[in-house]
Design a protein around this ligand. Structure first.
Ligand code: GLN
Length: 203
């Protein structure tokens, strides 16, 4: 059962996510206008520049319908700038337009500038198959989670700060899984979208 997955395509690394989803039983659509949201069962919020994405979300009239859809229980995979868009609390940037759905406080650019980008390997709870199964994680001007509410599960931390968190259907990563060849987070999105669709149809 192919489910329709939407990748926010206003700016940033959306093409890499479209490619990462190609191996799965999903019909992948790029989201640019509110009508692109129709029939979506899962969402990807890519990395890029969150200030630009927030501004374009407002200009395109996407901010509120997208927030509503993400809050409706469909799975969302948010990476890097995507994590910033989901943050309820953004110290120092509280005016920045965003979806604000996750009970996390996020610090932007926590590891420094573009030239301080790095890759590392992380154990990510719920995704690493065993203790020594480490996932390649690419950090580019990445945010970290400074604090999170009780409904948020921390799946991985780096230098003492959470860099992978899940709050029910919302999975937010500081790093870029679409830039490594490991697509297990995309697999989670598609599987969860299929389960959510099946559950909707059985009521
Ligand atoms: N630093 C960027 C921002 O604040 C995010 C970087 C990224 O998505 N790679 O939006």
């Amino acid at each position: 059962m192919a489910v329709r997955i939407g990748v926010l395509a206003l700016q940033g690394a959306f093409r890499e996510h479209v490619q990462a989803l190609a191996g799965y039983d999903a019909e992948v659509c790029e989201i640019r206008t509110p009508s692109d949201l129709e029939g979506l069962r899962g969402i990807v919020l890519p990395g890029g520049e969150s200030t630009v994405m927030g501004k374009l979300l407002l200009e395109e009239g996407l901010l509120h319908p997208l927030a509503q859809l993400c809050a409706s229980g469909i799975p969302v995979l948010a990476t890097c700038a995507g994590m910033i868009l989901l943050a309820r609390n953004l110290p120092g940037f509280s005016e920045q337009p965003r979806l604000g759905l996750m009970d996390i406080a996020v610090l932007r650019n926590a590891f420094g500038r573009q030239k301080e980008s790095f890759a590392t390997r992380l154990h990510v709870r719920e995704f690493s198959r065993q203790a020594n199964d480490l996932i390649e994680a690419v950090f580019i001007r990445a945010p970290v989670v400074a604090s999170c509410g009780p409904e948020v599960n921390v799946l991985a931390s780096l230098q003492g700060n959470p860099v992978a968190v899940r709050q029910d259907n919302l999975l937010a990563l500081s790093f870029h899984p679409e830039l490594s060849c490991d697509t297990r987070f995309h697999g989670w999105l598609v599987r969860r979208a299929q389960e959510h669709k099946a559950a909707m149809h059985s009521v």
